[in-house]
Ligand binder design. Sequence first.
Ligand code: HMH
Length: 207
Amino acid sequence: MSLTCQSLIAAHPQAWQSATVHPFLSQCQSGTIRSPQFNTWLVQDYLFVVEFTRMAASLLAIAPLEHFNSLLSGLTALQAELLWFQEKAKERQLDLATEKQASCAEYCQYMARLAIAPYPVQATAFWAIEYAYNQGWQLPGAMVSPYDEFADRWGNPGFTEYVKVLAHQADSALQTASPEVQQQAEVAFLEVARLERDFWQMAFNAD
Ligand code: HMH
């Protein structure tokens, strides 16, 4: 039996829960998150998405042709997302030319290192990163304004469908992967889960 995205979640419920359930998100839902916390998240996540876009490009570079459609649509969505982040930062008068905080820098360095990993490993990590936000922003339930716009970006039905396609693509790549590569994919999943948890905590800790 080969590894699948679903079996990774089932094997590591605790790790996945800590990646997707955080007081930062429940306090966005209730509207009690403080501006310095939210604004720190916004700026740092923009810096993250810049590097995540490079990861999407390196995934595309080694993807089988059958996976191009979803990955190219993902890159187009990232183009819009980067512009959207710039707009949100402007509305809040936030400076995006900011240094990365340690947890953001660590996550970005990890994504850069993944560029030399085999396709099944990169595809699994890419799915996990998108699924973490797809779940994280949806699980608390309907969010109050202005956070509803952010929840909708990663929780909308179109994005949910996209993440399902990413899971299928990772599953099909894992199906023919060696046990060593499957093991690497599991390690990458756990690393993404830990980095996601630390990223929420970084924003939550902002004064
Ligand atoms: C930290 N993880 C983080 N930021 C994001 N924008 C996503 C995942 C989803 O793209």
